[in-house]
Structures are given as structure tokens and as C-alpha cells.
Design a protein around this ligand. Structure first.
Ligand code: FAD
Length: 377
């Protein structure tokens, strides 16, 4: 279990949450998305997390970043698909919690119970890091909105019941508006896209999807604010998930190094292996501390934590990639065999350096925030 739980970042309730979830997640038989149907695996994980009450962390107020971060770290350690199930409920729920009408917020108990599966659709083929390029249009027609355009690389395509979708209602930065789009909306065509590590992902074609005005979240033009507030929080939990994957890789590498014998000793006794293990541990501790700091700052009541969130996301995802690569190196040829925990983690970690703001985007945020600060004498 995570040795840093003793630190003052956490309340006793946080520690109990992490320990309880750790015990449940370790003994549960998760459906493996690698061995068949990733959509079935996601739905099954969602039901399990609903039964355990874990989805409430993502879908109810008070929305605490520390709890979400701990839960994602624990779930990523055991089952990436379970981490995804929790993360997507959070991404879909936050815009509703922050700006939804009472009728829209009435979806949230169903999301906590796993009856509704949420998705967050913002990326388009020509608009990823640069969200000012969003082109999916929502035009007014006889009191309704009609959506035309494309989203792609959207997690939970094919499993979601509701897609929180960001569309353009007018030109310019204030022209983005968020909508709740039911999966069975006429004119919505879904097609799977297959990432390197199986999880439900896909493209959405909006072929004149007609929505009532009550589908709009907040006012026209509120969409970018809602998207950035959601991503600003969830980014810290991406860092936490990266730490979970990395911690698993380090534990597996340590166990392997202790039992593997070569050149008259165990691998763990070899100085070069020890140097690697030491650096893996130092990078992991640094990543966890940065993540817990960002979550703690937010839970203390700071609405915006762009600097802390960007540092945590950038460092944790880059360090996790490095740690997992070195863990696989220590495991040797067996590490690259399909079905090995090392090759699974090696594929699983890769998208985290890209989604919810690529590493380069985080670097720009950090520099931008630093440059706003007054010069220190
Ligand atoms: C597995 C997976 C799941 C995803 N899930 C979702 C989802 O649920 N919902 C959703 O809406 N989207 C989702 N995405 C999409 C994701 O958010 C985008 O891929 C991401 O925002 C990057 O956008 P892009 O792919 O268009 O890359 P681009 O914006 O074209 O960027 C390409 C690369 O350019 C670099 N870069 C970016 N900006 C700069 C800069 N200013 N200076 C220098 N270099 C830069 C980065 O290395 C980046 O990776 C998912 C993606 C993946 C891989």
C-alpha cells in the first residue's frame, strides 16, 4: 500500500477510503479488456464501483480532489479499466455539478448508481490541444439546437448513455456551449476507434442531432469555462492514475529483481539494478507528492490550481512512462511478452502524456503562470 498515506495531506477518512478500496480492488476479479470485449469490461467495472459506492466520489458534492486522486491511484494499480470507469464519470459529472440545471443534475444519482454511463466529448479531428478550433456547430432552429459535425477520440463511445458535448454556438472564444446529448439521439452515429491499450474509444458523427433547449448546460458561451474547470480538476487525477500504474510497475520490478538469479546473485543485489530501482522510487515519490499537493491545495478551497495541476500532470505522467520502461527493462525478455504486466502497463501509460493536455501544453501553462508572478528580488 502507498507508504505516503501517513502524510498530513490526508484525513483519516481519506486513509480509510484508500485502504478499503485497495482491499476490495485487490481481491476483485476484473473483466480483462485485453481478452475480449472492452465495452463489456468497462460496464462491468462501472457496476462494481457503483456497488462499492466509489462512483459517488466522482458524481456528488462535496467533490474532493484528494479522494478522487487516491481512488484513481488505487484503481490504476489494479485495473486500468476500473480507473477509466471512475474517471469518465468524473469528466461527465463535473460540468453538470458546476453548471447544470436541476433537471440535468437529477442524472447524477443514476451516474453514481452506474445506471448512467457518462462521457466528455470535446476533441475533434482538427481541434485537440487547440480548443479554439472547435467546429462542431449547434445552431438554433425553432427553439431547439441542431448539432452538425464530428468529435473523435472520445472515451466511452459505445458505452455511454450521455455525452457531455462541447459545440460552437457563435464565433470566438466565448462561442462554445456545452450540451447533454443522450446516446440514443436520432442523427448521432458512433464508430469505434482502437487505441494501443484497449478501452472504449470512438468517433461521433452528429448528423443533424436535434436537442431541446433544456439540454444546454449553463448559458450560451459558458462551455469553455466549464470545460477548463473540469479539465483543471481532472488533470490532477490523471497524474494520480499515472502514479498508480507506476507504483504497480515498481512493485512488480522489485519482486522480479529479488527472485531473479544471475551471475551468482539476485538481480536486486546488482549495483546497476539498484541504481535503477532507486531512481524509480525517487521519481515515484516526487510524482505522488506533487499530485497530493495539487489535490490538497484544491481541497483547501483554492478554486484554481493551474500551476500545481500542470506540474503534477506533466511530471507524474512523464515519470510513470520512465518508471514503467525501466521496470520492463529489469524484467528482460519476459517483460515484452503479451500478457506480461510490464507490457500491459507500457501500453496503458502512453496516452496519459497526451490526453487532458499533452506534456507540452502543461509546460506552457507552468511557464505562463510563472511569468504572471512578480519578479523576485
Ligand atoms: C486514449 C485516449 C482517450 C481520449 N479520451 C478523450 C475523451 O474522452 N474526450 C475527448 O474529448 N478527447 C479525448 N482524447 C483526445 C485527447 O484529449 C487529445 O488527443 C489531446 O487533447 C491532443 O489533441 P490531438 O490528438 O488533436 O493532438 P494535437 O493537438 O494535434 O497535438 C499533437 C502534439 O503536439 C504537441 N503540442 C501540442 N501543443 C503544443 C504546443 N503549443 N507547442 C508544442 N507542441 C505542442 C503535443 O506533443 C501533442 O501531443 C483521448 C485521447 C486518447 C489518446
Amino acid at each position: 500500500m502507498n507508504q505516503l498515506l501517513q502524510l498530513p495531506f490526508f484525513s483519516d477518512a481519506d486513509r480509510a477510503l484508500a485502504r478499503g478500496l485497495q482491499a476490495s480492488a485487490a481481491s476483485h476479479q476484473w473483466l480483462n479488456p485485453e481478452q475480449g470485449d472492452d465495452r463489456a469490461a468497462l460496464k462491468s467495472a462501472l457496476q462494481t464501483l457503483a456497488q462499492w459506492g466509489t462512483l459517488k466520489l466522482a458524481t456528488t458534492q462535496p467533490w474532493r480532489l484528494t479522494s478522487m486522486a487516491l481512488a484513481r491511484e488505487v484503481l490504476a494499480y489494479h485495473a486500468g479499466i476500473a480507473d477509466l470507469a471512475l474517471a469518465m464519470q468524473g469528466l461527465g459529472a463535473l460540468p453538470l455539478l458546476l453548471g447544470g440545471s436541476p433537471a440535468q443534475q437529477a442524472l447524477l444519482p443514476g451516474a453514481a448508481a452506474g445506471e448512467h454511463c457518462l462521457a466528455f466529448a470535446i476533441t475533434e479531428p482538427d481541434a485537440g490541444s487547440d480548443l479554439s478550433r472547435i467546429a462542431l456547430v449547434a445552431r438554433r432552429e425553432r427553439g431547439d439546437y441542431v448539432l452538425e459535425g464530428v468529435k473523435h477520440l472520445v472515451s466511452n463511445v459505445g458505452t455511454a448513455t450521455h455525452y457531455v458535448t462541447f459545440a460552437r454556438t457563435s464565433a470566438g472564444g466565448r462561442g462554445i456551449t456545452a450540451f447533454v446529448v443522450p446516446a440514443d439521439s436520432p442523427g448521432l452515429r458512433l464508430a469505434p476507434q482502437v487505441p494501443i491499450s484497449p478501452h472504449p474509444l470512438g468517433r461521433m458523427d452528429f448528423l443533424g442531432v436535434r436537442l431541446p433547449e433544456s439540454s444546454r448546460i449553463g448559458a450560451e458561451g459558458d462551455g469553455m469555462k466549464l470545460a477548463l474547470a473540469t479539465l483543471g480538476r481532472m488533470r490532477v487525477t490523471v497524474a494520480a492514475a499515472a502514479n498508480g500504474f507506476a507504483r504497480r510497475a515498481l512493485d512488480e520490478a522489485l519482486a522480479y529483481a529479488r527472485r531473479r538469479e544471475l551471475f551468482g546473485a539476485t538481480l536486486a543485489e546488482k549495483p546497476l539494478a539498484q541504481a535503477l530501482l532507486a531512481e524509480m522510487r525517487a521519481r515515484l515519490d516526487a510524482s505522488q507528492l506533487l499530485t497530493y499537493r495539487a489535490a490538497w491545495e484544491f481541497d483547501q478551497g483554492r478554486e484554481r490550481i493551474p500551476l500545481e495541476a500542470a506540474i503534477a500532470k506533466w511530471q507524474a505522467t512523464e515519470n510513470a512512462q520512465w518508471i514503467i520502461d525501466k521496470a520492463l527493462q529489469l524484467a528482460g525478455g519476459q517483460g515484452v511478452l503479451q500478457g506480461s504486466v510490464f507490457e500491459r502497463l507500457y501500453r496503458e501509460i502512453r496516452p496519459l502524456r497526451i490526453y487532458e493536455g499533452a506534456s507540452e501544453v502543461q509546460q506552457l501553462v507552468i511557464a505562463g503562470e510563472m511569468l504572471k508572478e512578480p519578479t523576485r528580488e
